[in-house]
Design a protein around this ligand. Structure first.
Ligand SMILES: *Cc1c(COP(=O)(O)O)cnc(C)c1O
Length: 424
């Protein structure tokens, strides 16, 4: 369920027509619906009510401060993967005990900052990191709360670039090494060994991989308990997919939660009333945002009909990177409009710079506005300045109001850190 819809053939975000925002802000821009973000979060949250849980929204999906704040106000915790994301959750005043820190390459300064803040859990991915955290905690005179990220070696059946739980992936600790590493962690003086974490990939559309991974880690939890290392937190990561309207429908969060909770019911982890942590990103933010762009030109190629936008792959890279499907909607719908087989492309000097290929779409004309759907997650956060294109504005809609929550970058800002080689 989302709050993007047509009223009298105008595309709205909540109670605001997108053409009105375009008029005020210019194009391209990202537009997020606060009600949709919060609705998605609450559906997810409620699905896990039978079990003690903490939902840590994955900041990297969409890290705009206003987006984070909208979720914080609904009780979200946060999964961060960098010192920069830590600074963001600090900026919005998130209680440290609602923050978990994931990622394979945490630097000493990032770890120190997180220790000083007093986060809930470090999801540790290697023995080197474990030693580094222990040492830094010792130096600060603190104890570091840790979980080990275990690689359960299950195939998430998603795009290879976003699958993370296979033996060949760089993520996590190999399942076979887990027990030995837990023993080692338990002996380190400045660590509190509190949890187990796994995250197998992103945009999963089937439940089996999640359930398989859970079964594998529950075996490990039992084993650890018998070893005298009972764990309080089980972090199952994120990864639940969203409908991009190309056929493969992912399960509803209710079904997803149901499958996981059913598997957990008789576990000793549940009997000990352990706390489940989840790190959803895409499923919260993906369909809560669109990228609005304007048609610069239409062009009849030899074999193709091109619609050229003022937005490009630097603004939304998912089609180029993952061959991802994004629905495209006209901001103004015209009755009885003819349709054409269309390639929707950007202005960038790369053949990968497209939003849709060979798609039957309304015959757009120069000057028309269109909305690229499902762009709320991994849209703006993966955008770049390629081709010296300033990053676009971000807008948040709340009911019948909207606000620019990130100004369009200026060329001045874009070049401000550069200088010529100094003259001697
Ligand atoms: C990216 C990531 C997530 C979020 O994944 P989604 O597919 O957006 O739900 C959660 N946990 C970790 C460790 C991640 O790297």
């Amino acid at each position: 369920m989302d709050h993007f819809f047509y009223r009298e053939n105008r595309l709205f975000c909540e109670q605001v027509p997108l053409d009105q925002i375009a008029q005020a802000v210019g194009t391209p821009f990202y537009c997020y619906s606060e009600a949709t973000l919060q609705h998605h979060f609450q559906v997810f949250q409620q699905a896990f009510t039978p079990c003690s849980h903490l939902i840590c929204y994955s900041v990297k999906a969409n890290s705009n401060l206003a987006v984070l704040d909208a979720l914080l106000r609904r009780g979200a915790g946060f999964d961060i993967v960098s010192g920069g994301e830590l600074a963001r959750v600090q900026r919005i005043g998130c209680p440290p005990q609602r923050v978990v820190f994931s990622g394979v390459g945490k630097s000493a300064s990032e770890i120190t900052a997180a220790l000083e803040y007093g986060i809930l859990l470090f999801n540790v991915e290697s023995v080197g990191e474990l030693r580094r955290i222990n040492e830094l905690a010792g130096r600060l005179g603190r104890r570091a709360p840790i979980a080990l990220r275990i690689n359960p070696d299950v195939d998430p059946q998603t795009h290879p670039h976003i699958s993370t739980g296979l033996r060949r992936n760089k993520f996590g600790i190999p399942y076979q090494q887990a027990l030995a590493l837990y023993r080692e962690a338990a002996r380190m003086p400045h660590l509190d060994v509190l949890g187990l974490d796994c995250h197998i990939g992103s945009q999963l559309t089937a439940l089996e991989p999640f359930v398989d991974a859970l079964r594998r880690v529950l075996l490990l939890l039992d084993l650890l308990e018998r070893e005298g290392i009972p764990l309080r937190y089980l972090d199952l990561g994120g990864g639940l997919g969203i409908p991009y309207e190309d056929g493969r429908l992912p399960p509803h969060p209710g079904l997803y939660a149901g499958a996981l909770l059913a598997e957990l019911t008789n576990s000793s982890f549940a009997q000990r009333q352990g706390t489940l942590i989840l790190e959803p990103g895409r499923v919260i933010a993906g369909n809560a945002g669109v990228l609005v762009a304007r048609v610069e030109y239409v062009k009849e190629g030899e074999e193709k009909y091109f619609v050229i936008l003022d937005a490009g792959m630097n603004d939304l890279i998912r089609p180029a990177l993952y061959n991802a499907y994004h629905a495209i909607l006209p901001v103004a719908r015209r009755f009885g409009q003819e349709e054409r087989m269309t390639d929707v492309v950007g202005p960038i000097c790369e053949s990968g710079d497209f939003f849709a290929q060979d798609r039957l779409l309304p015959a757009f004309q120069s000057g028309d506005l269109l909305a690229v759907r499902s762009a709320g997650a991994y849209g703006f956060t993966m955008s770049s300045n390629y081709n010296t294109r300033p990053r676009v504005a971000e807008v948040l809609v709340r009911g019948n109001q909207f606000a620019v929550v990130r100004r369009r970058e200026s060329l001045e800002q874009l070049m401000e850190n550069e200088s010529l080689f100094p003259v001697a």
